[in-house]
Design a protein around this ligand. Structure first.
Ligand code: ADP
Length: 307
């Protein structure tokens, strides 16, 4: 392992997308994995990027593991569970509109935090710990509590704990549980990276300032609010800045815009400690991602192959 470790915690799923003539194309994606992918693409070789999840012992789990490994993302912390399988989702297209169907209720990833020693070792081995509201939503309540306790320890130890609320109401048992757990995720983090449309819809924020205020009041030190084609609002320890999105000729597919922004932002922020420089860089990466199909855009198409 190289010296500095970026650890992303969550669920990667099998993705089935339309390939024409009723055929389906198989891929692998999931919010925290996508962010790990872009962090890996953008970070230098002095950083290792590791994914923390649980997989089964079936062929699809083997394939996913090989895919993660091939992307240069560490798999040594991934737990394998006998008799389990990965979650799966399918993207359907109707009149140009995409919709998603999920089969993830009994996925192996739901047990990712069930082994407390393994979780602790992984978090302790990392300098940066990244997780999301989806990570918390898929876990049994007591495992979500265990994960939150671990990231709180990491925050207290001075690590950069980063949280994207990624609010998905249908993954939660109730609005109350969702609000309480996401708020706890933010409270346990140093940097929170929400998307304004989600926060407005599900927390009732009437402005970006309201989102920033809510997360700062909870105890997050730094906040990056993403606002689609508009750009991002930063509040780093009270210092405010706005960085516009880049103009895109044709938006092809916005899947993973926020995930790619987060990965690229963190990579550049870790190298420069400058949030505005990092946001400008991430806006460029996300603009290229929304100009291509699919969640995971290759390094060469991101213009990063020289790194
Ligand atoms: P999420 O995918 O989490 O909802 P956003 O939609 O806010 O996140 O997008 C994240 C980032 O992706 C934005 O801050 C911006 O840099 C980029 N982005 C998203 N949509 C566009 C667009 N239409 N044109 C240019 N950049 C975009």
């Amino acid at each position: 392992m190289s010296g500095r470790r970026f650890l992303s915690i969550g669920e990667c799923m099998v993705e089935l997308s339309q390939a024409g003539d009723g055929l389906l194309r198989k891929g692998f994606a999931g919010d925290t994995f996508n962010t790990a992918w872009y962090a890996r693409a953008c970070l230098g070789p002095d950083w290792s990027v590791d994914y923390f999840t649980a997989l089964g012992d079936d062929t699809m789990s083997d394939e996913m593991l090989a895919f993660i490994d091939k992307a240069g993302i560490g798999t040594s912390l991934i737990r394998r569970i006998k008799g389990k399988t990965p979650g799966l989702y399918m993207i359907s297209l109707k009149n140009g509109e995409r919709s998603f169907s999920y089969w993830r209720d009994s996925s192996a990833a739901r047990s990712l935090a069930a082994d407390p020693d393994r979780l602790r070792d992984a978090v302790e081995s990392a300098e940066v710990v990244y997780f999301s509201g989806i990570t918390l939503a898929i876990l049994p309540r007591e495992d979500a509590e265990a994960l939150l306790a671990e990231v709180r320890r990491a925050k207290a130890a001075g690590k950069l704990v980063v949280f994207d609320p990624n609010i998905r109401p249908r993954l939660w048992s109730s609005y109350d549980v969702m609000h309480a757990t996401i708020s706890e995720g933010a409270r346990s983090s140093v940097l929170v990276m929400p998307s304004f449309d989600d926060e407005a819809a599900h927390f009732g924020d009437d402005s970006i300032e309201a989102t920033i205020h809510r997360y700062r009041t909870l105890g997050a030190v730094n906040i990056v609010v993403k606002n689609g084609a508009e750009g991002v609002h930063l509040n780093f320890a009270g210092d405010e800045a706005f960085v516009p999105a880049e103009k895109v000729k044709t938006v092809v597919d916005t899947t993973s815009a926020g995930d790619s922004f987060n990965g690229a932002f963190l990579a550049r922020y870790l190298e420069t400690q400058d949030a505005v420089v990092a946001a400008r860089f991430a806006a460029g990466v996300a603009a290229r991602v929304v100009s291509e199909h699919g969640a995971l855009v290759a390094k060469v198409k991101l213009g990063l192959s020289g790194r």
